[in-house]
Design a protein around this ligand. Structure first.
Ligand SMILES: [Fe+2]
Ligand SMILES: [Fe+2]
Length: 195
């Protein structure tokens, strides 16, 4: 499918609110790609498709994940919407014909983050978090950091997510902790080497 075909398909399948969110993510991801130097084609496609499985119910997420042999850890088993990233990556490949592994990985890890996030992964994670309709305590500070420092803005978004999940007593996925630790360790190493 080309861009317009994918967009038309998503407009039909996602709720109007989710589709608007998707358009907002494409817009801010495009800006972040310009700012931090990332391939626009990859960024725009990953942003467009990141929530292409968000309309599925918990049971459908689990069924789809099982059918495609995705890893269903105990946290995902108990909070199946955490699977909408990995499920979306399979859908992006099978339904929309996206075969670029870099795009698929960014879609896959957009909800939880992951270890060794690429610039593309960070841009999609962050764009999803700070798109213009997002409104929660701390979002403006993250938007401001995203004007100049992609890694620090991503760390702030991961931290905010972890605090929110802890406060609401929801399940925290281990990939989110790993993503944050990994980025912080890399930042410390950069600081250490430059001193
Ligand atoms: Fe999502
Ligand atoms: Fe999203």
């Amino acid at each position: 499918m080309n861009w317009t075909e994918i967009e038309d398909d998503l407009r039909k399948r996602l709720s109007p609110k989710r589709f608007k969110h998707t358009q907002n993510v494409v817009e801010v991801a495009h800006q972040l790609a310009d700012r931090f130097g990332c391939d626009q084609q990859q960024v725009r496609l990953a942003a467009l498709l990141h929530d292409c499985a968000k309309h599925l119910t918990d049971q459908q997420q689990l069924d789809y994940a099982k059918k495609h042999h995705l890893n269903i850890d105990p946290v995902c088993q108990n909070d199946p919407q955490l699977l909408h990233g990995p499920v979306a990556a399979v859908l992006a490949s099978e339904r929309y014909g996206i075969k670029d592994p870099a795009i698929l990985k960014a879609i896959e890890c957009h909800t939880t983050g992951s270890k060794n996030m690429t610039t593309l992964d960070k841009i999609i994670y962050l764009a999803d978090y700070i798109e213009k309709d997002r409104c929660f305590p701390g979002v403006d500070a993250i938007r401001q950091m995203a004007e100049s420092d992609l890694d620090r803005a991503t760390i702030m978004a991961l931290t905010n997510c972890i605090c929110h999940v802890a406060e609401t007593e929801a399940l925290l996925h281990q990939n989110t902790i790993e993503a944050r630790n990994d980025l912080i360790i890399k930042q410390k190493n950069i600081l250490y080497k430059s001193n």
